[in-house]
Write a protein that binds this ligand. Structure first.
Ligand SMILES: [Zn+2]
Ligand SMILES: [Zn+2]
Length: 391
């Protein structure tokens, strides 16, 4: 049977799986129901299955009949804390939690791809690790790797995907280089000394210092880094004070630093170092104590040019060259951790269709996907593995 027919026969199962996960969304690190279903499904395919990898992750190993390299195909399983406003039969039954990022689709597509590839074990030279990752919205890839994901057998490359509503239904984007932003979340704690606003000279005002830091940090983007290298520094929280006539003792600033490059003259550490230099300089000038931390650091998703070129050709064969697109954005994605370890490629599968109401942004309460594109995601996974493992 040819691949397209095989996928067509599994399409009902594919959509049913997606809808089941959609009905029962689980937040990061809590994907126990989802993980259980995935593990059982993979076991039925005779894969070697490991559960509880990084708490709720599942990994299925498919060994081809001949030796060769090892490829990761990765999906994420977590939902987000959004109250669904769609009136659909598969609406979320877990109040306040919703698959509003499309990870339900990622999980379903990879399960069906695993089924098809497991039937073709004889033709595969090498291994496939089907990685069902928890907690993508925060971070889990690093934990999976710390638990040995990249070893035994050693991983040579990785493929990941995201259903993408800003991209029109049926389009696929595979671009070279950085395609999703490196992300550093920062927290700056300032400590001055409090007092009455009528005698500011008796205090050291952390609000004024915080304001200076916010202003001064903008020069990193506009005066220090090549404007052709996308970088943003945005403060999302400024917490300080509790009354109109009191200078508080402390202030806390939080935000994100994002960039779309890896290596080169502006290495990944540099924007962080630049922010530290500015915070240190402003605080020294103002006589304010500070602590600066980066609790979350995710590298950019970096597409290996060779792998991206090949996958682009694969996509052209599936949806037609006229439906290929180029796409990159500054949103963070935990797949960046995989792409910082091995050559990797991440593709966007368009699902935006106004007529079907599937063009709402990700994380929106009305987010939904065009289920007609799921089959393309399955075929991309299957063909990527076949190409890499030389069927
Ligand atoms: Zn998301
Ligand atoms: Zn997502």
């Amino acid at each position: 049977m040819n691949l397209k027919q095989e996928i067509a026969e599994l399409e009902d199962e594919l959509i049913e799986l997606r809808r089941d996960f959609h009905r029962h969304p689980e937040l990061g690190w809590q994907e126990t129901r989802t993980a259980g279903i995935v593990a059982e499904y993979l076991r039925d395919l005779d894969l070697e299955v490991e559960e509880e990898v990084a708490k709720t992750g599942v990994v299925g190993l498919l060994q081809g009949s001949k030796p060769g390299p090892t490829l990761i195909l990765r999906a994420d399983m977590d939902a987000v804390p959004v109250k669904e406003q769609n009136d659909v039969p598969y609406r979320s039954q877990n109040e306040g939690v919703m698959h509003a990022c499309g990870h339900d689709a990622h999980t379903a597509m990879l399960m069906v791809a695993a089924k098809i590839l497991s039937r073709r074990r004889e033709q595969l030279a090498g291994n496939i690790k089907f990685v069902f990752q928890p907690n993508e919205e925060n971070e889990a890839a690093r934990h999976m790797i710390e638990e040995g994901l990249m070893e035994d057998p050693e991983v040579d490359a990785a493929v990941g995907a995201h259903i993408w509503s800003p991209l029109a239904s049926g389009k696929i984007a595979v671009s070279e280089g950085a395609v999703m932003g490196g992300l550093c979340e920062f927290v700056i704690d300032l400590k001055g000394s409090g007092g009455h606003t009528s005698a500011p000279h008796m205090s050291r005002d952390p609000i004024l210092t915080g304001s200076s830091i916010i202003q001064k940090a903008q020069q990193i983007q506009t005066r220090e880094i090549d404007p052709m290298l996308a970088t943003t520094i945005v403060f999302g929280q400024f917490e300080a004070g509790h009354s109109t006539n009191t200078i508080p003792e402390t202030a806390r600033l939080k935000g994100t630093l994002r960039y779309l490059y890896q290596g080169g003259p502006e290495s990944e550490e540099k924007p962080r170092e630049r922010l530290r230099r500015i915070v240190d300089g402003v605080c020294t000038t103002d006589g304010i104590e500070y602590e600066l931390e980066y609790p979350v650091v995710t590298p950019p998703v970096y597409n290996d040019p060779g792998l991206a070129g090949e996958l682009k050709e694969t996509a052209a064969g599936i949806v037609g060259r006229e439906n290929l697109d180029d796409y990159s954005c500054l949103a963070g994605e935990d797949f960046g951790v995989f792409s910082s370890y091995v050559p990797a490629v991440f593709f966007f599968l368009g699902t935006g269709n106004e007529d079907k109401g599937t063009d709402f942004p990700h994380h929106h309460a009305r987010f939904d996907i065009d289920e007609d594109v799921l089959k393309y995601g399955v075929e991309m996974h299957v063909r990527a593995a076949q190409n890499y493992l030389g069927e």
